[in-house]
Ligand binder design. Structure first.
Ligand code: HEC
Ligand code: HEC
Length: 262
């Protein structure tokens, strides 16, 4: 049988060990801690209130945050952290560090780029309609020569590449080929910090646009993908795959027998 503890039970147990005055102090401490781990309902509900931000200082902040816990943290912390500071407690108590996991396409797996996944998480916290923001940002990231923001404190020459994919793997490897630098180099860290700043800059513009009441247009996916999707995605004759990213970067050559039309 489980027993629910009341204040007197707790005093008895702690008192037995530490004496009653110390027990009172301990109990006060325990309840204060409890209040802190029970954030106000306003913070637990998304979206949080958002008012437009200046993209330049937030992008700069993301560059600096990158060097603490890397890309996904840098992106999320700069956007949501700046907003949280405007709103005050309990918003500032959010455990931002959890986004460390996004580093290197999630703990070095080279999957989704942490800069854009951090921004996607920020959209979900700050926007009532995050889907169109995510699609717009991801499509931009796939096709834009990046980084296109050069933060203060940058030391190395900028080498812009088109990632061609939302994946960390393609983005890093194309950059390494173009820059002739190693992946575990200071140049690459700075490049990813600047990619983070570029994605954050773009994300703030999108959030601000939406906050003004602009209805952002649905994204027209680039490359061959829309064509492929007609047969292979939802509602197609095959409906045997899922995705919005450019199919052509991996499926470079389809066999001659592959149907052109059905
Ligand atoms: C007109 C409909 C249609 C379109 C458009 C289409 N496919 Fe297919 N695809 C098929 C069919 C049918 C098959 C054969 C499926 C089978 O035999 O199981 C196939 C098979 C495939 C396969 C597996 C076998 C193979 O041939 O390699 C891949 C991969 C593939 N398609 C990728 C793509 C990509 C990438 C695009 C866009 C460039 C695309 N498809 C566009 C109908 C289509
Ligand atoms: C990041 C690389 C990558 C991207 C991008 C990608 N694919 Fe694939 N796709 C693969 C791999 C790897 C397989 C597994 C092939 C295998 O096991 O034979 C696969 C499998 C498939 C298959 C099944 C093939 C079969 O043998 O039946 C289809 C159909 C397919 N992909 C279509 C697409 C379409 C459509 C897109 C774009 C929306 C796309 N893929 C994007 C890498 C990719």
């Amino acid at each position: 049988m489980s027993k629910s503890w009341n204040r007197r039970d707790l005093m008895k147990v702690i008192g037995g060990v530490a004496g009653t005055s110390a027990a009172g102090a301990l109990l006060a401490h325990a309840t204060a801690g409890q209040a802190q781990t029970n954030p106000a309902p306003s913070m637990r509900k998304v979206p949080w209130p958002y008012s437009p931000l200046d993209p330049d200082p937030v992008a700069q902040r993301s560059f600096e945050s990158y060097y603490k816990f890397r890309c996904m943290y840098g992106a999320f912390e700069s956007i949501v952290g700046t907003t949280a500071e405007k709103l005050g407690a309990p918003y500032t108590d959010f455990p931002f560090e959890l986004f460390k996991f996004g580093e290197g396409g999630i703990n070095g797996w080279g999957t989704i780029c942490g800069a854009i996944s951090g921004c996607a998480a920020a959209f979900c916290v700050l926007s009532p309609k995050p889907d169109v923001l995510i699609d717009t940002l991801f499509s931009w990231y796939e096709t834009e020569p990046l980084p296109n923001v050069r933060p203060k404190g940058s030391k190395f020459p900028e080498v812009r590449v088109v990632a061609g994919s939302p994946l960390c793997h393609q983005s890093l490897s194309r950059w390494s080929k173009a820059s002739k630098k190693k992946i575990y180099s200071d140049e690459r860290s700075e490049r990813c910090a600047s990619i983070t700043a570029s994605a954050v800059h773009k994300s703030i513009l999108l959030l601000n646009e939406q906050a003004k009441g602009t209805v952002l247009p649905a994204v027209v996916l680039p490359g061959k993908t829309p064509g492929c999707m007609t047969c292979h995605e939802k509602g197609g004759v095959l409906e045997n795959t899922r995705g919005k990213q450019e199919c052509g970067v991996c499926h470079t050559a389809l066999p001659a027998s592959h149907p052109k039309k059905l």
